[in-house]
Structures are given as structure tokens and as C-alpha cells.
Ligand binder design. Structure first.
Ligand code: 7RM
Length: 647
């Protein structure tokens, strides 16, 4: 197998600012010690679990590892909602804001830990009243409302695994997920607000439930007040049930390995996979990583822009933050409603100190122009983060300069739905950063770059990212499909987890994640990461966004096709095509020059903002996009793309 070659080289290095480093939760010296301890992952994670998590009873064994099946903190008992709520209300945090919420129309709510605790207990009692027992699955399909957080915490309180389905999914997608998880109760809302208008939610649930006969009860939060049909005997109003519910509900003492939630994620082929996470290990992982990577302190106002319907929202809007007693901001709406400066307005008004978002959002903001963030005072910010995709160095630099004012460290965090929590990321008070690199594995996480045979490859060559030791937040399985779990993640190499990403390390040992393996192109025997070519293209001053795919080519094996969105006011034409090719040739080499460049107003993306290169590959090859398009955000993009052929 030829190497995945890494042709880009990034030389800029950013040291942690001195004041930041001095005050950080994890300082350089401590981190060095923790890394040493982490050579034996069980020791490191046991220390963090002891220090940061409240247990009702201790474990008998830290790890039981019968590959690929892991049990963490064997025999210990705990409860996630207890860790997120009860332990904080026993002290001064009782009246601290747990959740700051802003609706899209501009309405706001501030919910203290004591209030959140009462609401969670009430809803846990509502669920019990509906017959939900330990182990029963509850589906939640709701926009970013505080009730979503309340419902998920209530599930954890009684040991009912939740299955949260992102509010933008279709009725069919929702139906499949309800059916697969075997949920008997669905929690939802009448509707939500998005891009300046209310949209229906309950109606979609009705359609889904028409073909999901197992659903016995539907609890409906009133958000928009739009008319909804309430099916007698099945549908109940949240506010009516809550009125009658007691605010006393002791947390269930759950086994560390008790299932916590299922979250569906799509693979390259086939049905979505129900990724299963369990209690004690996941809680330890997200609590410790949130505290260390975001350098959380009590005064922070933390904002992660992800929807709770994705893993980032589960782990780093809710669980990792509340478990730390932090203040987390939730926003219901879209980044550009009512205007292109909504995010910066929110940061200024709430005094956000830590901001965590996705590269796709950053590239959108670059395109919209610097004048929007510049209208606002962003001086409250002290730390920035990114997640979801490789970030191209130019976007990193813009984020650093324009949003961070040159003063905020950036944590580029690599992880997956399957890993539960952050795996590779800088520790902002201790790690030098380089634009585009997620830097080093978290202490106790063992990552490597392997070839097809499982042999380590050394710099500057790239290969497959691999995780070589179990970690506490790891997925415990795919719901109802043990075989697929073993085949997808554990069959490439012996006892080693296969994340499906390509990566390389530089001489300093830093990891550079190049994106999914199926996004890697083989041009004339050279494997080139789509992300590297995209980075080079986006570095062109007239380019806002680019996606690159391979098209079969008789001579070179694969020809590179680039789909490019120019900046507003710039026209795509021959001159720009020449400029882009020159830019790629300059930054990477002639080998990476796109054979074809197509201009487009928009790229096809999933609702969580990932470019769907699979669809672009089909278009580049001259065919119609095949396969599952249920996660595509905007269908009209596809038709326009097919008309975009270079002449
Ligand atoms: C958290 C999340 C996982 C996939 C993963 C990668 C890509 C995520 C980064 C990244 C480069 C990053 N979960 N990915 N973070 N690539 N740098 N910092 O996104 O399950 O939805 O996606 O996302 O390809 O395998 S996810």
C-alpha cells in the first residue's frame, strides 16, 4: 500500500499565553506527570474518576478488557444526574446559573442548579408515572429548549437510556430510530423557531408514530403555541404533567456499566448505527476532558454551538459541563438570524468566555466578512475550540485573529460519536498549538498511525489513525448489532480501535487528522488527503469554501475535482481557476492540482455541517448521487451542482 503522503507543512507555532498558562487548571508540569501516569491508562483514569466523580459505592476493578468488550469501574455505582445536579446544590453552586438559554426570537431564560434539579426530579417522576422503568428507552425529539436538557437528565436519574434524535431529521429517520431503539415514550415539542419562522415538530412525530406502533406515550412541550393535534390516551402536555409531579426523586444507584444513551450515527453504507454509551466511564471521560481541555473555572460562561442532537451537544453542552458545575449557554436558533452577527451579539451580551464551534461555521463567518464580528466587543473570550472536521490553517488563523483577538488559545479537538469524549486535543495551558493540528492525545489515550497491516508508520508518512488501548468513554456496542460493532471498529487490526480517519504525525509527534479514509484520493500512486487540497484552495483570497473529491481517471487513477464557493462579490471564472491551481501547486505541489474546478454557491452538507463528499464524488464522476441522502440539509444544492460542470 502506498503511503498517505502528507505534503503540507505548517511551521507556525503558538505557545500558551503566559498568563493563561500560569492560571490554567492543568499546567505544563502537571500535564507531564499525567502523561507519564497515562502510560498505564487504568491508573490515570482511576485517579480522575476518584477525584472528579461522586460514586455511591466503589469499583472492584478499574477495567475489565475482553477485546473488544470493555467494562470500566466494574461493580461501582453512580448516577449521572446526581453528578450533574445533586452534588452542586449541596454547596454554594445551588444558586449558580446552570443553563443560560436564548431562544431564536430573543427570549431568554436563566436556570440555576437548584431549579434544574427540581425540574429534573419532576420530569423523572412524570416518566415513572408513564410506566418507564430502569432500562426502558425514551426517544427525545426536540429543538434546543431547556426541556431537552431536563428530559435527558431525568432519563439518567431513573436509568432509562435516552435516544435523542436531532430535531432536523425527517419523520422517516425519526421512525427508524424510534423503532430500532424500541422506545415506548417520545418527548417532543409543538414546534421550534428557526431562521425567523416557527417550524412544526409534533406533526413530524405524529407521522413517525403512525408507523411506530410501539410508542405508547408522547409528552409535548409547548414552545411556539402553534396548533397541534393531541391524540387522546397517547399525547400529554408537558406543563400539565409537571404541575402534578413531585420535585422529590432519589437518583437510581446504577451500575457503572448501565446503558446511558443510544445515539445514531450514519456510516458510509447501510442503516444508521445506534452507538451505545454507558454510565461511569462516559461520565468520567467527559467530565475530565471538559475540565482540562476547556480549562473550566467557576466564573466561565461557556458556549458550545452544537445541537444537543449530536454527540458534541450530549458531551460538551450538557454532561461534561454540568458535571463540572459550570454555566453552559444553549441557543435555539441559526447563526445568521436575524442578522449575520447573531453569534457575536450573543457572545457580547452574555459575556461568553469559552466558545466552541465547528470549522464549517468558521468558514461561513469568514465568507460573511470581518465587519460583523468587528461590530461587537468580544473581549470576554479567553479560549476558543473547534470540532467536527479538520480545520484548514487559514480558517484557524482567522479564528485566532478576528474572533480571539490574537489572545485566546485554540483547542482543536478530535473525537467521534463512538469515542464519547475528546481524544486528541491541546491542553491550552500546556500545549503549543499549530494551526490545523489537534496536537496530542489526551493523557491516558493511546493513539497511533498504522498501516494496513497494523504496523506503525513514522513521520513524515501518514496512515490510518488507530486507538490502541481502551478508554472509558468508548462505545460499548451498536444497539442490537454485535456483529456490526466488531466488524466496523475492531476487525482491521488485533485489539485496536479503527476510527476510519487518515492522519499523520509530524516530527514533534503532533497528530494531523486528514479526514475520513474514504475521502483520501490516490493520484498517480500518491495518496492525498482531500483536506490538504481544500486547505490550499481555501487559502486563496477569493475562495470562501472548497470540497475536493476524486474522480476515476484512466491515466492517473484518480483525478482531483474541486467544488469551490467563491467569496461574495467574486465571480468564478477562468482567471480564478488558474489562480486556484497555482495556489495548490505552490502550497502542495503540481501533483495535487485539481483536474477540474467547479464553482458553486453552496456545498451539500449534513445538518451538522459536514460536507457530503460522497455525493460530490457521484456528481464528479458524471452520475446522479446514489445512496442515502436523508442527512442532507438542502436538496436544491444537488441540482445546482450537477449544472456546474467546467466548460
Ligand atoms: C465530535 C464529532 C467524527 C468525525 C471524525 C473525523 C471528524 C471530528 C475533528 C475531525 C479533524 C477534528 N463526532 N472530526 N473532529 N477531523 N479534526 N478536530 O464530530 O461522530 O460526528 O464525527 O468527524 O473525521 O471521524 S462525529
Amino acid at each position: 500500500m502506498p503511503d498517505i503522503e502528507s505534503l503540507l507543512e505548517e511551521k507556525r507555532v503558538f505557545k500558551p499565553p503566559r498568563d493563561f498558562a500560569r492560571a490554567a487548571n492543568w499546567k505544563r508540569k502537571q500535564v507531564a506527570e499525567l502523561r507519564r501516569l497515562g502510560q498505564k491508562p487504568e491508573r490515570l483514569w482511576a485517579k480522575l474518576a476518584r477525584e472528579q466523580i461522586a460514586w455511591f459505592s466503589p469499583w472492584k476493578k478499574v477495567l475489565d478488557w475482553k477485546p473488544p468488550f470493555a467494562k470500566w469501574f466494574v461493580g461501582a455505582k453512580t448516577n449521572v444526574s446526581y453528578n450533574c445536579l445533586d452534588r452542586h446544590i449541596q454547596g454554594w453552586r445551588r444558586n449558580k446559573a446552570a443553563i443560560l438559554w436564548e431562544g431564536e426570537p430573543g427570549d431568554t431564560r436563566t436556570i440555576t442548579y437548584a431549579e434544574l434539579h427540581r425540574e429534573v426530579c419532576r420530569f423523572a417522576n412524570v416518566l415513572k408515572g408513564l410506566g418507564v422503568k430502569r432500562g426502558d428507552r425514551v426517544a427525545i425529539y426536540m429543538p434546543m429548549l431547556p426541556e431537552l436538557a431536563i428530559a435527558m437528565l431525568a432519563c439518567t436519574r431513573i436509568g432509562a437510556p435516552h435516544s435523542i434524535v436531532f430535531g432536523g431529521f425527517s419523520a422517516e429517520a425519526l421512525r427508524d430510530r424510534i423503532q430500532d431503539a424500541g422506545a415506548r415514550v417520545v418527548v417532543t415539542s409543538d414546534g421550534g423557531h428557526r431562521r425567523g419562522a416557527p417550524f412544526p415538530i409534533k406533526q413530524t412525530v405524529d407521522q413517525a408514530c403512525a408507523e411506530a406502533p410501539g410508542v405508547e406515550k408522547v409528552v409535548v412541550v409547548r414552545r411556539t403555541g402553534q396548533p397541534v393535534e393531541m391524540k387522546p390516551g397517547r399525547d400529554l402536555w408537558w406543563h400539565e404533567e409537571m404541575k402534578q409531579a413531585s420535585a422529590k426523586c432519589p437518583p437510581a444507584k446504577l451500575d457503572s456499566e448501565h446503558p446511558l444513551f443510544i445515539l445514531y450515527t450514519s456510516g458510509t453504507t447501510g442503516r444508521p448505527k445506534g452507538i451505545l454509551h454507558s454510565t461511569g466511564g462516559y461520565l468520567t471521560h467527559v467530565t475530565a476532558t471538559a475540565r482540562a481541555v476547556f480549562d473550566l473555572r467557576d466564573e466561565d460562561i461557556y458556549w458550545c454551538t452544537a445541537d444537543i442532537g449530536w454527540i458534541t451537544g450530549h458531551s460538551y453542552v450538557i454532561y461534561g459541563l454540568l458535571s463540572n458545575g459550570a454555566t453552559t449557554l444553549m441557543f435555539e436558533g441559526a447563526p445568521t438570524t436575524p442578522g449575520p452577527d447573531r453569534f457575536w451579539d450573543i457572545i457580547e451580551r452574555w459575556g461568553v468566555t469559552i466558545f466552541y464551534t465547528a470549522p464549517t461555521a468558521i468558514r461561513t463567518f469568514i465568507r460573511l466578512g470581518d465587519e460583523h464580528p468587528k461590530k461587537h466587543d468580544l473581549s470576554s473570550l479567553r479560549l476558543l475550540g473547534t470540532v467536527g472536521e479538520p480545520i484548514n490553517p487559514e480558517a484557524w488563523m482567522w479564528y485566532h485573529r478576528v474572533i480571539g483577538g490574537g489572545r485566546c488559545p485554540i483547542v482543536d479537538t478530535w473525537w467521534q460519536t463512538e469515542t464519547g469524549g475528546i481524544m486528541i486535543a491541546p491542553l491550552p495551558g500546556a500545549t503549543d498549538t499549530k494551526p490545523g493540528s489537534a496536537t496530542l492525545p489526551f493523557p491516558g489515550v493511546h493513539a497511533a498511525i498504522l498501516d494496513e497491516q497494523g504496523e506503525p508508520v513514522s513521520p513524515p508518512h501518514g496512515g490510518f489513525l488507530a486507538i490502541t488501548a481502551p478508554w472509558p468513554g468508548m462505545l460499548r456496542g451498536i444497539w442490537g448489532d454485535r456483529k456490526r460493532f466488531v466488524e466496523t471498529y475492531w476487525s482491521k487490526w488485533r485489539n485496536t480501535y479503527f476510527p476510519g480517519d487518515g492522519a499523520h504525525r509530524d516530527r514533534r509527534g503532533y497528530f494531523w487528522i486528514m479526514g475520513r479514509i474514504d475521502d483520501v484520493m490516490n493520484v498517480s500512486g500518491h495518496r492525498i488527503g482531500t483536506m490538504e487540497v481544500e486547505s490550499a484552495i481555501v487559502a486563496h483570497a477569493d475562495v470562501a469554501e472548497a470540497a475536493v473529491v476524486g474522480r476515476p481517471d484512466e491515466i492517473t487513477g484518480t483525478a482531483i475535482v474541486a467544488f469551490v464557493t467563491p467569496r461574495s462579490h467574486v465571480a468564478g471564472g477562468e482567471a480564478l481557476q488558474r489562480g486556484i491551481r497555482a495556489q495548490v501547486a505552490k502550497q502542495i505541489g503540481a501533483i495535487a492540482k485539481p483536474a477540474e474546478i467547479r464553482f458553486t454557491e453552496a456545498l451539500p452538507k449534513t445538518r451538522s455541517g459536514k460536507i457530503m463528499r460522497r455525493l460530490l464524488r457521484d456528481i464528479a464522476a458524471g452520475g446522479a448521487p446514489a445512496g442515502d441522502t436523508s442527512t442532507l440539509e438542502d436538496f436544491s444544492v444537488l441540482a445546482k451542482l450537477r449544472e456546474s460542470e467546467e466548460d
